[in-house]
Design a protein around this ligand. Structure first.
Ligand code: TNX
Length: 782
């Protein structure tokens, strides 16, 4: 009987979370406690609850309040199915939004009172009312965020009095549609979620080397040419926003009290614009938008007055679309090599007296000169500039706000010079393009490792500034979602959430009020809210302790041990079926003594499950060593010029050149690569020979090369993968002695990463060892 009930419950759960069915699970995701993110300043719990029913009335004493009331009424209508009556008077049992401009409240401050008789939000501004209502929404069961009718839910909110105001006035999220485009509908989806968690700024990175993404009527080629690129795989990638679409986004954001700050990169990161209008660069040569990641050395030419005319014209069209005070002018990662060799730039340096001093080179001062002129152009429109921390390098222009991204130092320096600062240091967890779990399981990312806890633990006010009474220059904090490795919006959301929620709490909640354990609890409720928005948030994978691997060889038996980056249950099967909520719960090492497929995944308290890991666990005999007579250290290699994406295509390759290599790195060092990869010829190579295994055992291999074969078996196959942080490690049982090895390198650009940027290595470790070691020339024979 018990089993039957469990099964019924489980089926119910699967229906709800496995599909978009409009059923309910209210009891599961209890609102037993207050789950609001970001955590409010003060919450006093009271007895009882307020029950939302059909035909509740809503009242506001101002027309602005009424607009907000309508927004929430329509949101509530979607999930609860209830209709709301707007009344002209405050009534018991209703939801009142009371705005009083005379209140001694701050802009974003609100008071929310929930009693059995009604809900009231009190604020000085519409924004305050909006935040108060967002908190009220978070007191209701999390399914309230769905836009599909949810049934059988007790739409009650616990009685509380909340007094709340933010720690920082700037609570930002940067979106990067340049590397990978974000369609308007998806931008709006993110804005909805940002608003739910009280973020108030969306920094929109609209121009970069890989794509120009905003329509400029005076310069049509910016979008005709600059918004499209032919990626390394040979396919066209494109997209841009029309001015009408930008207006639509900005309005959508503003209805949710989010300011959109545009970024126009200067003077670097502008290859897409230069491709459209080549005269913008020093040499004026024809080029194309960049198809790889990294730093571009073709930049704009401040020696030419044309560059400033161009920027002035672009700003003239952009500026009216973004009513906020701030305008971001980029300023980061601008190599100065072309300016050094450019007559016009040198003439400008001379004319403007930008000579080197003991702090700055002349070219750095030229960069400051550019930023200064940008500041003047924008000042005409009453706008203030924000720039990345490189704008400090040649001396800071007078009113610039600095975004500190290369650590906190830039921010500290700027604040010491009495400039406003937004903290967004990558190393402190504000770069959400980084990994949040074992690289072997996660979709390829830029690198790094930033857990939810790491993001949460960041304090945007460095002690130095506090001790010098300069902390008020830190206006806030921002997370950046650089999209090089966010190949689509699903991956973008996967990287952003739930980490963005930790940023929201850093930005809003006072330091003393923060508590990670409690946040981790509240996240479970918030994730169901994200489900309501259809957000593809990260669910931690079960990870093996010494690095995950989906092919585990063993000789006698093996213990498989798992952990997760956040404390969740894991469920698994050994019979080939998909693990579900009823499957065995992981409770300690899984002992395996015969070949099996282990399927394991993470189970959230909501019943939702993460993706399944399929691990082949294979009993093997030691592959026997070869008794071949070798001639010396190293490998035989043959190489052929040209771009190949599949090893099988090499069958048709001609003109092989044969040689001998001493070290594996030579498989890839036959042609020198470069940061721009312009003019670099691609080639492929196959190296064969023997690897010496020091003693009997199971060995793990890892490589970013295309393929690695051992004893005729394809062990690592990275075909179709971005050749970075390979996720295809594998293992094999090998007897002491020599074993055939074949390594295939294919030179190509996939997913924006040139395989030539790798080192050609193969790494090895014995089962049980923690770290891989490079296979060296001494271990190789031909
Ligand atoms: C550095 S942060 C950049 C971006 C890249 C990012 C990748 C900054 C101002 N510049 O162009 O996308 O690293 O993490």
């Amino acid at each position: 009987m018990k089993k039957f009930i469990l099964m019924v419950c489980a089926t119910l759960l699967l229906n709800v979370f496995g599909s978009k069915a409009s059923s309910s699970t209210s009891q599961l995701t209890s609102n037993n406690d207050i789950n609001i993110i970001p955590k409010p300043t003060s919450v006093e719990k009271q007895k009882g609850k307020f029950k939302l029913v059909n035909a509740n009335s809503i009242y506001s004493n101002t027309s602005e309040g009424k607009i907000i009331a309508e927004l929430f009424a329509s949101k509530l209508q979607a999930s609860t199915g209830y209709d709301f009556n707007f009344t002209e008077k405050e009534k018991t049992g209703n939801i009142s939004l009371i705005m009083n401009p005379k209140l001694m409240y701050k802009e974003d401050q609100y008071k929310l009172s929930v009693t059995p008789k009604g809900v009231s939000v009190l604020a000085k501004t519409p924004k305050g009312l909006f935040y108060g209502m967002q908190s009220f929404m978070q007191l209701l069961p999390p399914q309230v965020e769905s836009n599909i009718l949810q049934t059988n839910i007790d739409w009650s909110a616990p009685c509380v009095t909340i007094n709340d105001e933010p720690r920082f006035g700037y609570r930002g999220v940067m979106l990067d549609p340049c590397r990978h485009f974000i369609p308007v509908e998806n931008v709006k989806k993110q804005l909805d979620v940002m608003a739910l968690f009280k973020m108030n700024t969306m920094h929109f990175h609209l121009t970069d080397d890989q794509g120009w993404r905003i329509e400029i009527k005076k310069y049509p080629k910016l979008t005709e040419i600059g918004s499209s690129r032919i990626d390394g795989e040979g396919t066209e990638y494109k997209g841009y926003y029309t001015q009408e679409e930008i207006k639509d986004i900005v309005k959508y954001a503003s209805d949710r009290f989010i300011t959109v700050i545009p970024e126009l990169e200067t003077p670097g990161h502008e290859l897409a614009a230069i491709s459209a209008y080549p005269h913008l660069s020093c040499k004026g040569e024809d080029t194309t938008p960049r198809i790889i990641w990294g730093v571009e050395d073709i930049v704009m030419c401040p020696g030419k007055e044309d560059m400033f005319t161009f920027l002035e014209d672009v700003i003239k069209e952009m500026e009216p679309l973004f009513p906020g005070t701030y305008f971001h002018i980029g300023g980061d990662e601008c190599p100065k090599s072309s300016w050094k060799n450019c007559e016009k730039c040198q003439a400008r340096i001379k004319a403007e007296n930008l000579t080197a001093d003991n702090k700055h080179t002349a070219e750095e001062r030229l960069q400051s000169y550019v930023i200064g002129r940008m500041e003047n152009i924008l000042a005409k429109y009453g706008k203030k500039i924000i720039g990345w921390d490189e704008i400090l390098e040649g001396g800071l222009s007078s009113n610039a706000t600095v975004m500190s991204w290369r650590g906190e130092q830039g921010g500290i320096e700027a604040a010491l010079q009495n400039h406003d600062v937004i903290m967004t240091p990558g190393g402190n967890g504000m770069y959400l393009d980084t990994y949040q779990g074992d690289r072997n399981n996660e979709p390829v990312a830029i690198g790094g490792f930033t857990t939810l806890e790491k993001v949460y633990s960041y304090n945007p006010v460095p002690d130095t500034l506090k001790s010098m009474n300069k902390e008020h220059f830190v206006k806030g904090v921002q997370c950046n979602n650089w999209s090089e490795y966010m190949y689509n919006t699903d991956i973008m959301e996967y990287r952003m959430y739930p980490r963005l929620l930790a940023v929201s709490e850093i930005a809003w909640t006072d330091l003393g009020n923060k508590d990670y354990k409690d946040f981790e609890r509240r996240i479970n409720d918030a994730q169901i809210r994200l489900d309501g928005h259809g957000i593809n948030y990260h669910i931690p994978y079960p990870e093996q302790l010494n690095g995950s691997c989906n092919f585990v060889a063993f000789t006698d038996n093996v213990d498989l041990e798992f952990k997760t980056t956040r404390p969740y249950d894991m469920v698994y099967t050994l019979d080939g079926t998909e693990p579900n909520i009823r499957s065995a719960k992981y409770s300690g090492p899984i002992k395996i003594s015969e070949s099996k497929i282990l399927k394991i995944r993470t189970l959230l308290p909501s019943g939702k499950m993460g993706p399944t890991r399929n691990i082949t666990v294979e009993k093997q005999n030691l592959s026997p060593a070869s008794l071949v007579k070798t001639q010396g250290n190293g490998l035989n290699m043959k190489m052929t010029m040209g771009t190949y994406f599949k090893s099988s295509e090499l069958d048709n390759a001609k003109d092989w050149k044969k040689m001998n290599i001493k070290e594996l790195k030579e498989i890839r060092s036959q042609v020198e690569s470069s940061e721009s990869m312009r003019g670099v010829e691609q080639y492929s190579a196959i190296a064969t020979g023997y690897i010496n295994i020091p003693e009997d055992g199971v060995y793990y291999f890892s490589s970013e090369n295309e393929q690695v074969w051992i004893d005729g078996k394809l062990l690592i196959n990275n075909e179709g993968e971005v050749k970075r942080f390979s996720r295809k490690d594998s293992s094999m049982a090998l007897a002491k002695g020599l074993h055939e090895i074949k390594v295939i390198f294919l030179g190509h650009i996939m997913g924006g990463w040139p395989s030539m940027w790798n080192d050609g290595s193969v790494k090895i470790k014995k089962a049980g060892e923690k770290n891989f070691a490079y296979v060296t020339g001494e271990q190789l024979f031909y």
